[in-house]
Design a protein around this ligand. Structure first.
Ligand code: AP5
Length: 216
């Protein structure tokens, strides 16, 4: 069974590669970004608290997201394997995750995949990204266009641009990534479970390497 953690800057391809792993390994993806965007759309208390942070490109407070993840991981659907996409993002969250997995849930991370993409490439990726509001699948106007412009290949929904995919929010998201998230990678390197990949390569080449790692 695989329990995967993705590390990588905004737009590095975590969501894109998660789709491939879900298809081939039958695991679930737990994306904190998707959970928070749904909460904002539903107008829940969590969404109301998270919205401002997200639109500005800032992290929501650790206490809030740790509570959300602790509940989410208790769902029985994680027992057949999972992908964590977007959590942990700080040292506090990484420590909380260890505690949740080892003490409460008896799960173990098996693979950590770090997608490395230079900041200069991220801007084009994020400004060209389009997402399906129904199924969450991710497209790109140039690198991964849908078959019919503006429409999801799978469910025919109209594709949207995310509220935080603006240049102003993105520069904050990148700053936060370099200051708070990139520094957690060594915690996992010490355990010998990290694969660092050139995330600027073709998506299919990135995935071949991921698959070889997961099958090894
Ligand atoms: P979140 O939704 O997690 O956003 P993110 O980490 O910024 O990541 P993205 O979803 O933007 O990018 P991705 O790596 O998935 O890239 P994708 O595959 O789409 O978080 C959003 C916000 O929620 C945060 O800013 C924060 O406010 C809050 N939040 C979430 N988790 C939190 C936490 N733990 N703590 C506190 N706050 C939290 O690819 C991008 C584009 O590039 C796509 O268009 C894709 O088609 C294209 N593409 C992908 N791969 C390639 C390739 N190899 N070549 C060319 N194009 C490619």
């Amino acid at each position: 069974m695989i329990n995967v953690l993705f590390l990588g800057a905004p737009g590095s391809g975590k969501g894109t590669q998660s789709e491939n792993i879900i298809r081939d390994y039958g695991v679930i993806q737990i994306s904190t970004g998707d959970i928070l965007r749904k909460a904002v759309k539903d107008g829940s208390a969590l969404g109301k608290e998270a919205k401002n942070y997200m639109t500005q490109g800032l992290l929501v407070p650790d206490s809030l997201i740790v509570g959300v993840m602790s509940e989410r991981l208790k769902g029985g659907d994680a027992k057949n394997g999972f992908i964590l996409d977007g959590f942990p993002r700080t040292v506090v969250q990484a420590e909380a995750l260890d505690e949740m997995l080892e003490k409460d849930l008896k799960y173990r991370l098996t693979h950590v995949i770090s997608l490395e993409v230079p900041d200069e490439l991220i801007y084009e990726r994020i400004t060209g990204r389009r997402s399906c509001p129904a199924c969450g699948r991710v497209y790109h106007l140039k690198f991964n266009p849908p078959r019919e412009a503006g429409i999801c290949n799978f469910d025919g929904e109209k594709l949207i641009c995310r509220d935080d995919d603006t240049e102003a929010a993105l520069s904050k998201r990148l700053k936060v990534f370099h200051e708070s998230t990139a520094i957690i990678k060594p915690l996992y390197e010490k355990r010998g479970i990290v694969l660092s990949l050139d995330g600027a390569a073709e998506p299919s080449d990135v995935y071949s390497k991921i698959k070889a790692f997961l099958d090894s």
